[in-house]
Design a protein around this ligand. Structure first.
Ligand code: NAG
Ligand code: NAG
Ligand code: NAG
Ligand code: NAG
Ligand code: NAG
Ligand code: NAG
Ligand code: NAG
Ligand code: NAG
Ligand code: NAG
Ligand code: NAG
Ligand code: NAG
Ligand code: NAG
Length: 750
């Protein structure tokens, strides 16, 4: 993408100019500056509350032509350029500002100066301006019509402000303009109906506004055009380039994304022979991809995603580095015979492709991202994919009809970050060669028929954030003491529900899951200061969890409702172990996972009491412990969890009274049923309560919560059995003496 902050300053020129002058006339008595110009400059400076943020050279004993950011004409001493970009002026441009006395200005750049208020119409007095850059400020109001007086203007940059209203039709008078940047404002108007007078225009960026009306055809009669960004506006109707008289050789970027354009993509698009970036995504285009697209030999990035395009995908696209066609109605490909070495990203997600895996894809030796998910592909996944696994970063084949095994082809896939083969009919073993994929962040093989033991080695993947094995036939113990060093240090979302996992989970089971833990420096230091335990925690706490901008897609049951996430929210942290045969106690170490929002342990064979320390999970929104063999009371402290909007304790052996607190009182009666010893349900079960899973979306947490340090300190004060913390570490070491001795060459410290 092209850089959006256009600074029209001539700073390098100024530097050269100034140094030449200094070297030639080092005498301080030589003055170039005109007094009226100097006075205007200093008056302008004092119009701002933060006059001290002007460069330090701005003092009256300096020649005003040598002030930083100022440029004069040598002989006359007229100030022709003023560039104060990135200086925080923190004020407004007054209508009677002395700035407007600088009549000779050709170049005015006040980009990123924290300017507020409106652009005064006196700006029209600077009639010699060639470049005006007020780009990245907090300017409001409308652009004054007087801008039309600036007939010498070549560059106009007003992007990233809060300007609104209509664009003065006088703009079409500014025939010398080569660059217009009005991006990221609030303009709501149509464009001038005939812009062909702007016959020098090269750069036209009006993205992220509310411009509306038909496609600005007249723009494309300008043969100097180099870049057109219209994305994120409200333009409607069909596009066409018929009046584009001759081929436009210069246009390289055409971005029309996120408007309401419709109709066919015209064959005339091929008039832009040097086009490199063509983005028509998120519109309402229909019909096929025009065949003429093959004439665009320089095209590198083609994005037609989220339209209503259909038919066959022409094979000429396989020569482009990036092809994004997701969320359309494409149904077939033109066959590919040649090898393609250029294509890096192929996204065919959510179309209507059917039939066997398109194994000519195996000829794409540099493929980094392949997304075929949400189609109707069937048959097996071919082992020939191994031909590009060394470059592969993303493989998404989810929600098709693939069957057979997932070939064990990943031993070279050291760049692989995301593997999603969920919602197919794959069976057999989970591919062991994935152990080589140290870059893995996201593994989703849910809703298949994989039959294997739990892949413990995934725990050693340093970046693994999302793991879904749900609805398969995985079996055997979930925990094995020999694998305890496998930390799952960065896991944020784990769903292994509805398999056949067995065994117990030791109390420390979750203690290495740092990705779900609120880490603080104090916590680290505290753990290190505890003699003996230091080693154990040190081994895990050597790096803080890496939280990426977003995750790939995953499906989960949230608050009792199956949901599918295309992008997972950064703060979404969830554990679903439901529907297995795990027995024994609920591990106390859950209480470390302070970032946890969803916890589902239902449908297992957990026994013992509900750990009171769960009340430390202050971000918890969903807690499902139903259908286990839990006994004892529901900890009263859980009533204080103010975000806990969905909970289910049904089908256990719980007794005692249900905690007070609105979250409990608002639950459905069924959340507590089949616990014969449970008391205090009269209120809850009397009211007709329809659970609305969309309600109670929690707001952001305030930062007022206690730090984990205080909480661990409290754990010690309360003593064993109350919280985890220290006690947990102790339990861990005594359970794993052999491992500890082997790892650190010494016995458990007393
Ligand atoms: C004014 O700026 C010049 C540099 O341009 C500097 O040499 C001089 O010391 C400054 N004078 C004051 C009073 O700050
Ligand atoms: C300014 O004056 C210097 C010295 O006479 C000269 O070299 C330079 O070209 C002049 N610059 C302009 C822009 O006229
Ligand atoms: C804007 O200016 C400030 C200094 O006032 C600077 O720290 C910041 O990086 C600038 N922003 C951009 C986008 O250049
Ligand atoms: C800018 O000015 C406003 C008052 O107009 C003041 O509240 C704010 O602190 C100032 N900011 C800076 C960075 O000087
Ligand atoms: C702008 O020019 C008009 C006349 O040309 C004059 O009346 C006005 O004072 C000027 N404004 C400023 C701020 O210099
Ligand atoms: C500009 O006008 C304001 C009143 O609107 C006045 O207080 C100020 O002194 C004027 N400034 C100049 C430079 O004339
Ligand atoms: C455009 O320029 C013409 C003269 O060149 C002038 O008559 C007309 O008023 C201008 N239009 C606007 C909107 O400034
Ligand atoms: C647009 O303006 C140009 C000259 O400025 C003129 O030649 C052309 O006919 C106009 N087009 C339309 C559709 O009015
Ligand atoms: C396009 O060309 C046709 C015929 O030459 C003409 O009638 C029409 O006004 C033109 N449209 C634009 C927007 O220039
Ligand atoms: C897209 O076009 C269809 C007709 O093809 C129309 O029914 C639909 O409303 C349009 N959608 C938008 C968002 O403009
Ligand atoms: C789960 O595993 C047990 C053996 O451990 C087996 O008897 C049982 O049939 C399995 N259940 C399912 C649903 O596969
Ligand atoms: C589309 C858009 O963001 N419009 C905003 C433009 O700015 C005004 C305030 O200046 C807002 O009220 C609009 O919502």
């Amino acid at each position: 993408m092209v850089i959006r902050n256009h600074c029209y300053c001539f700073s390098s020129f100024i530097t050269i100019f100034v140094s030449i002058v200094i070297h030639s006339f080092a005498s301080p008595t030589l003055h170039f500056c005109r007094h009226d110009q100097r006075d205007a400059l200093f008056e302008f400076m004092h119009e701002f509350p933060t006059a001290e943020s002007f460069p330090s050279s701005w003092n009256k004993s300096s020649d005003c032509c040598f002030l930083e950011g100022v440029e004069c004409v040598n002989k006359s001493g007229q100030v022709i350029s003023l560039d104060l970009s990135d200086k925080s002026l923190n004020g407004s441009l007054k209508p009677n500002s002395s700035l407007f006395k600088l009549h000779y200005l050709r170049d005015l750049s006040l980009n990123n100066c924290s300017l507020q208020g409106e652009i005064p119409s006196s700006i029209g007095n600077l009639s010699r301006l060639e470049y005006l850059d007020l780009g990245s400020n907090n300017l409001v109001g409308e652009v004054p019509a007087s801008i039309g007086h600036l007939t010498e203007l070549e560059g106009l940059s007003l992007g990233e402000n809060s300007l609104h209203g209509s664009l003065s039709s006088s703009l079409a008078n500014l025939t010398k303009l080569t660059r217009i940047s009005l991006n990221s404002n609030n303009f709501t108007s149509t464009l001038p109906s005939n812009m062909s007078r702007l016959h020098n225009l090269e750069w036209f960026d009006i993205s992220e506004n509310s411009f509306f009306g038909p496609f600005p055809k007249s723009l494309f009669t300008i043969s100097s055009l180099y870049l057109v960004y219209l994305e994120k506006n409200q333009f409607t109707g069909p596009i066409d380039f018929e009046n584009t008289s001759s081929p436009l050789f210069k246009l390289e970027d055409l971005v029309l994304a996120s408007n309401k354009f419709d109709g066919l993509i015209p064959e005339s698009i091929s008039k832009f022979l040097n086009l490199q970036d063509l983005d028509l995504s998120r519109n309402n285009f229909s019909g096929p991809i025009p065949r003429s697209i093959s004439m665009l030999g320089d095209l590198r990035h083609l994005d037609f995603a989220k339209n209503k395009l259909e038919g066959e995908v022409p094979s000429s696209l396989w020569n482009l580095p990036t092809v994004m066609l997701s969320h359309n109605y494409f149904s077939s490909f033109e066959n590919v015979s040649h090898e393609s070495t250029d294509i890096h990203r192929l996204d065919l997600n959510s179309n209507s492709f059917r039939g066997p895996f398109p194994d000519w894809v195996c000829k794409f030796h540099r493929l980094e991202h392949l997304d075929l998910s949400n189609n109707l592909f069937s048959g097996s996944i071919p082992p020939c994919l191994i031909s590009f696994t060394y470059s592969l970063m993303e493989l998404s084949l989810g929600n098709n009809n693939f069957s057979g095994t997932l070939p064990d082809i990943f031993s070279d896939a050291t760049r692989l970050e995301s593997l999603d083969v969920s919602r197919n009919r794959l069976e057999g073993k989970f591919p062991k060669s994935l152990i080589h994929c140290k870059a893995l962040r996201h593994v989703n093989v849910g809703s298949n028929k994989f039959k294997d033991k739990f892949p413990h080695w995934l725990g050693s993947m340093p970046s693994l954030h999302v793991l879904s094995l749900r609805f398969n036939k995985f079996f055997g113990p979930l925990y094995h003491h020999r694998h305890m060093s496998s930390g799952f240090k960065n896991l944020r979302v784990v769903d292994i529900s509805h398999n056949n996992f067995t065994g117990t989970l030791p109390p420390h089971y979750f203690s290495s899951w740092l990705g779900m833990t609120t880490l603080t420096e104090e916590y680290n230091q505290y753990m290190e200061s505890l003699h003996g335990i230091t080693f154990f925690f040190y081994a895990y706490f050597d790096s803080s969890p890496f939280v990426p901008e977003n995750y790939e897609s995953v499906e989960m049951v949230i608050k009792g409702v199956e949901m599918s996430f295309e992008r997972i929210r950064k703060d979404f942290v969830a554990i679903d172990f439901s529907g297995n045969r795990i027995h024994g106690k609920i591990p106390e170490s859950l209480c470390f996972l302070k970032e946890l929002r969803i916890l589902n342990l239902s449908g297992n064979v957990f026994t013992g009491v509900i750990p009171r320390s769960l009340a430390k999970l202050t971000k918890l929104e969903t807690l499902d412990l139903s259908s286990n063999k839990l006994s004892g009371e529901i900890p009263q402290d859980l009533g204080k969890l103010s975000f806990l909007s969905y909970m289910n304790f049904s089908h256990n052996h719980l007794q005692g009274s249900v905690p007070r607190g609105t979250q409990f009182q608002n639950q459905n009666c069924s959340s507590f049923m089949d616990n014969p010893g449970l008391l205090g349900l009269e209120e809850i079960c009397r009211k007709p309560n329809v659970l609305d899973p969309t309600s109670h979306q929690p707001e952001e947490m305030s930062e007022s919560e206690e730090s984990i340090f205080n909480w661990v300190a409290a754990a010690i004060a309360y003593g064993p059995g109350v919280f985890c913390g220290l006690v947990l570490g102790h339990i861990f070491i005594s359970h794993n003496q052999e491992w500890f001795a082997e790892k650190f060459g010494r016995r458990k410290p007393e």
